[in-house]
Design a protein around this ligand. Structure first.
Ligand code: ADP
Ligand code: MG
Length: 487
């Protein structure tokens, strides 16, 4: 909800996400798809629309779309059709884009969002269809000419359209993160927004709560979640201001200007009939074998929602912690390796606390972690078997991050093994108490706070290596025993 001059407004958002299919070849040609290649080195005659060239569907891309549809709990349509969407663009050589329109390969589905207040929200998926990407016009290479790079022309995209179910910029952000997480679990799209493999068009309208949907504007081609959220905030505010001034919203396609954090008009919204869609005569309908679809369904990996539920039930983690650990497939895998045969809550704390902290400081993902899951596991074992205290373990962990060495060898090399020999600890306690006889007397007279001081001195005397539990036990014995009284 957003407050305007005249009361409250509800923002209504539907997203169209373009997810580039992870595939070595394009949707209808064998040309390569590698990101960042020299311009126009990955273009087949089909992509360049040479006369007489015919498209041949890439089975692998269809498989990725079906897998994604299954993961979105969506209807898989056994017969779908590729249409021609006609429009002129310098980077679209045939003058049309091949796209599924009225008969997409995937129909209605849904995505569950974990909301910050612990509740779950279900967002409807309208459809997922396959289409070709266009090439790229380069306007910054020459003072007065534009260049065209066709490397991207013909790459397979999955367009994933949501119902207008989202109600705030924040929800849109959660939705996109969840969708990206699902795509990455599946491996059907790498979700890399900087490289443009995940792009988003945002449809935004506002209404009074309970009223019918208002007229929407579509903000094109946003390539970061932050921009999506900023664009929605700005656009909703803009529409509220216009309506409150007595104006009406014109349905429009708009662009987000990240530098100025505003949206501005690009063109008035075209209608579907303007594109003169018709079934591509070069392609027969796409017909799927139901048994093949069933096999795809059976082969789906464990997805974030299921994994989260399992982390809660099998490891006893809180739903919040489980959500953090399953957001990235690699993190979940890492956690499970650490937790195997160990205390899962302690494992979760190490991963989400010290490890995430270290990765953040280094600016790397968990795949590049200097500390492997096996190494973190051994560190936990050294705590469990009494070799390391929690404090020493933190020191060893810092050394592991810095050097990549095994915890065992760090303990040996630095002599960090904790002292559990009660004779040695007792000796240290005696020395400390003898050196501070005045404080011992004060303590015995009732200044309880001095207890912490003694512990500090003893830890210092043992270079922090004394087992804290033993120190406590022996120190209490000494302080009470020698006083002769019961404290
Ligand atoms: P088009 O193909 O013209 O972009 P669609 O009917 O496919 O139009 O809808 C595109 C997106 O617009 C969908 O994500 C849908 O949820 C969203 N949408 C539809 N109506 C509204 C509305 N009133 N406010 C916000 N979003 C909307
Ligand atoms: Mg659209």
């Amino acid at each position: 909800m957003m407050e305007g001059r005249t009361g409250w407004w509800e923002t209504v958002i539907g997203l169209e996400v373009h997810a580039q299919v992870v595939s070595k070849a394009k949707l209808f040609s064998g040309a390569a798809t590698q990101f960042g290649a020299e311009p126009n080195t990955q273009v087949s005659p089909v992509d360049a629309a040479f006369p007489g060239m015919l498209p041949v569907i890439n089975r692998f891309c269809v498989e990725q779309a079906v897998k994604t549809g299954l993961a979105l709990d969506a209807e898989i349509r056994l017969e779908s059709v590729f249409d021609r969407k006609n429009y002129f663009y310098p980077d679209l050589p045939p003058g049309y884009q091949i796209s599924q329109y009225q008969q997409p390969v995937v129909g209605r589905g849904k995505v569950a969002l974990d909301m910050p207040d612990g509740t779950t929200r279900e967002i409807g998926i309208t459809r997922l269809h396959l289409e070709q990407d266009a090439g790229k016009s380069l306007h910054d290479q020459h003072p007065i000419l534009s260049y065209v790079d066709l490397n991207r022309a013909g790459i397979a995209l999955m367009e994933i359209v949501s119902e207008p179910d989202l109600r705030s910029a924040e929800e849109a952000g959660i939705y996109l993160r969840k969708l990206r997480s699902i795509l990455r679990y599946l491996g059907t799209c790498d979700g890399n927004m900087e490289e443009g493999s995940l792009r988003c068009d945002c449809n935004v309208s506002v209404r009074r709560p309970g009223e019918p949907y208002g007229t929407r504007c579509e903000i094109k081609n946003l390539n970061s979640i932050r921009h999506v959220m900023q664009a929605i905030e700005y656009e909703a505010r803009r529409q509220i201001d216009i309506i409150e001034e007595g104006g009406t919203i014109a349905q429009q396609t708009r662009l987000f200007d990240a530098g100025r954090n505003i949206t501005r008009p690009m063109r008035s919204k075209e209608e579907a009939h303007d594109y003169r869609y018709f079934p591509d005569p070069d392609l027969s309908p796409l017909v799927l074998d139901p048994e093949w679809v069933t096999r795809m369904r059976v082969q789906l990996p464990e997805l974030p929602d299921t994994k989260k539920a399992r982390f809660v039930s099998a490891y006893g983690l809180s739903p919040d912690d489980a959500a953090v650990l399953v957001a990235e497939k690699e993190t979940a895998l890492y956690f499970e390796r650490v937790a195997a045969g160990r205390d899962p809550k302690a494992a979760a704390n190490w991963v989400m606390g010290d490890l995430f902290g270290a990765l953040n400081r280094l600016g790397v993902g968990i795949e590049q972690s200097p500390v492997s899951a096996e190494q973190l596991g051994s560190l936990m074992d050294l705590i469990a078997n009494g070799t390391l205290s929690g404090r020493l373990a933190k020191e060893v962990f810092a050394e592991m991050v810095a050097t990549g060495a095994d915890p065992g060898s760090i303990v040996e090399a630095k002599g960090l093994r904790q002292v559990t020999d009660s004779g040695a600890i007792e000796a240290a306690i005696d020395t400390v108490l003898a050196a501070h006889a005045d404080k011992v007397a004060e303590y015995r007279a009732g200044r309880d706070k001095l207890y912490g001081f003694f512990v500090g001195q003893i830890m210092r005397a043992t270079q922090g290596k004394a087992n804290p539990a033993l120190v406590n036990e022996l120190l209490r014995e000494k302080l009470t025993g020698e006083s002769g009284g019961a404290r």
